[in-house]
Ligand binder design. Structure first.
Ligand SMILES: [Zn+2]
Ligand SMILES: [Zn+2]
Length: 317
């Protein structure tokens, strides 16, 4: 069997259950360190950009400690899935052997992994919104205005189901172990940026005809609950009719304004109570909110997610 990552846990930590535990521990420590380090950095950085806050009326950061505590637990499930997948590959307990690393196998299998993961995530996520499974997913939706800390704020079962991709994908797909690890790291950063609560990526690349998404995409899922279920791409949402009906237009408005378009327009027309950053922070309603320009755009005011709405994110202003 060609295995570019042959016996990784054996080579590094020795064989047997202790070797597996050491591999799992190393993955968990690295993942949690990335979570804390990137989370703290972005939290500090975001204070400079109140005008880019997606839901200016809510303070998702009030839930930060609850989310960090929950993430410390859910990342056990995530790390377990990655450790099991890598061990199965190393032991040859898969239906296909992973491809050797090469100039073509790495990008090809990375893209394949992204597409398969996105498909799994979309349908799995929709299943998690069914009445029978929602109790396992509800915790993630307590964050109505997500912040960088919300990315891993899942129940153990929810994380285990969604991240089981790292167990079953290597059984059926010849993803090199290094690509599997790279995909996990990429998805971790991608997910944290997707929960940033601040928009920086609105551009032609993140709306139709491009399948890519910006931060507003998943923010809408938290705020309005019934739209935007996928992870990397809008493809399945478009096919399944679950993309927010104004997503593409909203991305355009963000790009044009270079900030939250509602706040930018309000600031320009001088309707804010006070000028400058503090007035931007002090907005009283959530995004997308009912306002003159939104009515003009045809954006209906949707009722916020009552099913799992958090009481921690009291509106400000
Ligand atoms: Zn959801
Ligand atoms: Zn989320």
């Amino acid at each position: 069997m060609t295995n570019a990552f042959e016996g990784v846990e054996t080579l590094i930590f020795g064989d047997g259950p202790l070797g597996f535990l050491a591999l799992f521990g190393a993955i968990y420590a690295a993942t949690f360190a990335i979570y804390l380090g990137f989370g703290a950095t972005m939290t500090l950085l975001m204070r400079r950009y109140p005008e880019r806050r997606i839901q200016p009326g809510r303070r998702g950061e009030k839930r930060a400690w609850k989310e960090i505590r929950q993430s410390a637990w859910s990342l056990v499930a995530t790390s377990l899935c990655v450790a099991v997948g890598l061990t199965m590959q190393a032991k040859g307990w898969t239906l296909v052997a992973p491809l050797a690393l090469s100039w073509w196998s790495v990008p090809l299998m990375f893209v394949v992994a992204m597409i398969v993961f996105d498909t799994w995530f979309y349908w799995g996520h929709r299943a998690m919104h069914l009445k029978a499974l929602y109790p396992f997913h509800q915790f993630h939706h307590r964050s109505v205005a997500p912040t960088v800390w919300s990315n891993d704020s899942f129940t153990f079962v929810d994380a285990l189901v969604m991240q089981s991709f790292y167990i079953w994908a290597p059984i059926f797909l010849p993803i090199p172990p290094l690509v599997l690890v790279g995909h996990r790291v990429f998805d971790h950063f991608n997910g944290m940026i997707g929960h940033l609560g601040h928009e920086f990526a609105a551009s032609k690349l993140t709306r139709a005809p491009s399948p890519m998404v910006c931060t507003v995409y998943h923010d809408i899922h938290h705020e309005q609950f019934r739209y935007n279920f996928a992870n990397f791409f809008t493809f399945w949402d478009r096919v399944g009719g679950t993309l927010h009906p104004h997503y593409d237009r909203l991305v355009d408005r963000w790009q044009e304004a270079g900030a939250n378009p509602n706040l930018a327009e309000e600031a320009a027309s001088g309707t804010s109570a006070r000028k400058g950053d503090r007035s931007l922070e002090g907005h009283s309603s959530a995004y997308p909110r009912e306002s003159r320009d939104e009515r003009r755009l045809g954006l209906r005011s949707a009722s916020p997610n009552r099913a799992g709405a958090s009481h921690d994110e009291a509106t400000v202003g």
